[in-house]
Design a protein. Structure first.
Length: 225
């Protein structure tokens, strides 16, 4: 039997410091103090700090200094996805396929974790969306669309799943789908499926809700041009 030596992840000194002081609360030491402790130059530490900021791991404010943030996978995904869309917006369709599979795969687990308050909020979102659709001036209920989907999966204790889903909505807006109407028939159909999803969640008929989810996410790929 071949025994392979376990290796540590290749990360910068500053990221390793953050990971090894995960329990620490409050502000982080000054750059000068960290530079001495980690044995790296101030210039090198600043470069590592910028990477950590881009990844959403720390924030730096003029008066309060550096502060560790709660870990989220979303910032790293958003950065990479934004770059991909800058290269070619067709990458959105690929990412959309991934998001669709994630939502379908985690549906049963996600909906069973929702609280009664969550269910009432989902019903309120449906009401607000139809108020926009059927008002004197039709509005695209994009904010409601985003909130509804993210709320359904909000109780999952998995930062990677929620991070991927959050990044999807950033990309959705980046390619302009939040401004897309597609006609009243299309919007009514989409929100009819949303209503069925929410009713099924509230009634405990999760299989019917998942069926409505899977059917409705196919609408985006076949939306009117």
């Amino acid at each position: 039997m071949i025994i392979r030596e376990r290796t540590s992840p290749q990360i910068s000194e500053f990221l390793r410091y953050l990971a090894s002081h995960e329990e620490a609360e409050g502000s982080l030491p000054s750059l000068i103090g960290l530079s001495r402790e980690l044995g790296i130059s101030l210039a090198g530490l600043r470069e590592q700090l910028e990477v950590a900021r881009a990844l959403g791991l720390v924030e730096v404010r003029p008066r309060t200094g550096m502060r560790r943030l709660v870990y989220s996978f979303a910032p790293a995904v958003k950065q990479s996805l934004a770059y991909a869309l800058a290269i070619n917006q067709s990458y959105f369709e690929k990412y959309s396929e991934l998001r669709n599979h994630i939502e379908a795969a985690y549906w049963d687990e996600a909906v069973t974790l929702l609280t009664e308050d969550d269910k009432r909020e989902l019903q309120a979102i449906i009401t607000r969306a139809f108020d926009k659709l059927r008002g004197s001036l039709t509005q695209v209920p994009h904010e409601e669309h985003r909130k509804l989907h993210l709320l359904i999966y909000s109780r999952l204790n998995n930062p990677f799943v929620t991070g991927l889903l959050e990044a999807y909505w950033e990309a959705y807006e980046a390619v302009g789908l939040n401004l897309y109407a597609g006609g009243m028939d299309y919007l009514e159909e989409v929100w009819g499926f949303h209503k069925t999803m929410v009713q099924s969640i509230c009634n405990g008929n999760y299989a019917a809700g998942r069926k409505a989810l899977v059917t409705h996410i196919d609408l985006l790929a076949n939306r009117p041009s």
